[in-house]
Ligand binder design. Structure first.
Ligand code: NAD
Ligand code: GLY
Length: 383
């Protein structure tokens, strides 16, 4: 069962990810970071943990967490890694796991991932393989991690031939989200996370998309009577509830979970072409990819063109890129882009599996897009 609850006396939104003995809670509240240690202490099998974070996040949030854990009687060490996608590598995984073992890690100890998706994916994977699997608690501090990567148990590192190619499904035991941590995140990163937030509306929740059309600015930039934090809690809770629901039914992506990849086949091709660098953040690529999925669906007569235009208008209104032309110096031919898309993890029996749409809130998975139609469409966009 999945669901959420927010009682008036206790303004903590609680979303349950229901996976039998691997079920866990996601707690969302402004200021929750002041209670992280107490929530963690209550969830640990024994009072021993290792916090994994990056230098930037450590500068903002590590000292109070360490002090809180000490006050709660938890013996904790911290490992601080460099920020950036390069940290999701075999080299850092080897160093991290070795450091954990040097610290005398035992099976009932817990890793605490404090940071964005890079730290969450790396620490989650380390927890999956250390001593054949220990517990992991996620404390996501980017919007992308709060609406997506901290939930659902996908963990991985990047390989030279591609992103996220070595990893494991390993669910966290608890996810604690304080949207106020987004105040220290730069706007470009918040926007990238916003694209993944909009994704949930586009997949199956038209009402959420319409709410974002009215409130998206407050989710990205704050503002309003409550500094935008009420809007952020609502957006994050809605996203986590949607993801929890899908993960509970399809933990290992046998079918429905692929919907969460709306726009990602286009996005990964663009990211590969730009070297997975700051030239194009993942969420920016997803914004472009979602517009391309709507455009191609319209070209094929599956969705109305006005729906594609409406999605593009909203993403542009907050400042997200919506077409490959927005990527400076992309230099990708239609054939090269189709070639990169054929290397997607979802290719089955040689056919690209697409997430297409019938409209906003009506995404579906299909392998029925003909290569010739894809290339005709790409020629229009990139030609
Ligand atoms: P990130 O972890 O690199 O964080 C972005 C930057 O923001 C970093 O420099 C970080 O130091 C900084 N930062 C983080 N929190 C901050 C805060 N509160 N204040 C100030 N600075 C802060 O990037 P990300 O976008 O969070 O995650 C991207 C990764 O997530 C990619 O590797 C992607 O593959 C992965 N991902 C995983 C899943 C999944 O299901 N596991 C889903 C989507 C994306
Ligand atoms: N971010 C896609 C998934 O978790 O399946």
């Amino acid at each position: 069962m999945t669901g959420s609850e927010t009682s008036p006396g206790n303004p903590v939104a609680r979303v349950r990810v229901s996976l039998a003995e691997r079920s866990y809670d996601i707690l969302i509240a402004n200021g929750l970071r002041r209670r992280f240690a107490a929530e963690i202490a209550a969830a640990l099998p024994r009072p021993r943990a290792i916090v994994v974070t990056d230098e930037t996040v450590a500068g903002h949030y590590l000292a109070p967490l360490e002090a809180g854990l000490a006050a709660a009687g938890v013996s904790a060490d911290s490992i601080v890694l460099p920020p950036g996608e390069e940290t999701k590598s075999f080299a850092h995984l080897e160093r991290l796991t070795a450091q954990c073992l040097d610290l005398g890690l035992e099976r009932r100890d817990t890793l605490i991932a404090l940071g964005g998706g890079v730290i969450g994916d790396l620490a989650g994977f380390a927890a999956a393989i250390l001593l054949r699997g220990i517990g992991c608690i996620q404390l996501p501090t980017t919007l992308l991690a709060q609406v997506d990567s901290s939930v659902g148990g996908k963990t991985a590192i990047d390989m030279p031939v591609g992103k996220n190619l070595v990893g494991a499904f390993h669910q966290p035991v608890l996810v604690l989200i304080d949207p106020e941590t987004l105040d220290t995140l730069d706007r470009r990163q918040r926007l990238a996370g916003y694209a993944e937030t909009v994704k949930y509306g586009l997949i199956r929740d038209r009402a959420f998309f319409e709410w974002l059309e009215a409130n998206g600015g407050r989710v990205v930039d704050g503002g309003g009577g409550d500094g935008g934090n009420g809007a952020r809690v609502r957006a994050i809770e809605t996203a986590c509830t949607a993801k929890a629901d899908i993960v509970a039914r399809d933990e290992r992506e046998a079918g429905e979970r692929a919907l969460l990849n709306l726009g990602h086949t286009f996005a990964h091709a663009l990211e590969t072409a730009t070297g997975y660098s700051d030239r194009l953040l993942h969420g920016e690529a997803v914004a472009i990819g979602m517009c391309m999925a709507f455009d191609l669906s319209a070209e094929l007569g599956w969705a109305a063109r006005q729906e594609a235009a409406r999605v593009r208008a909203h993403l542009e209104s907050v400042g997200l890129p919506t077409a490959p032309a927005a990527v400076a110096g992309l230099g990708l031919t239609p054939a090269a882009m189709a070639g990169l898309m054929r290397r997607d993890k979802k290719v089955a029996d040689g056919r690209i599996v697409f997430v297409m749409v019938r409209g906003i809130g009506e995404a579906f998975v299909t392998a029925a897009v003909e290569e010739s139609d894809l290339e005709t469409y790409l020629s229009k966009v990139l030609g």
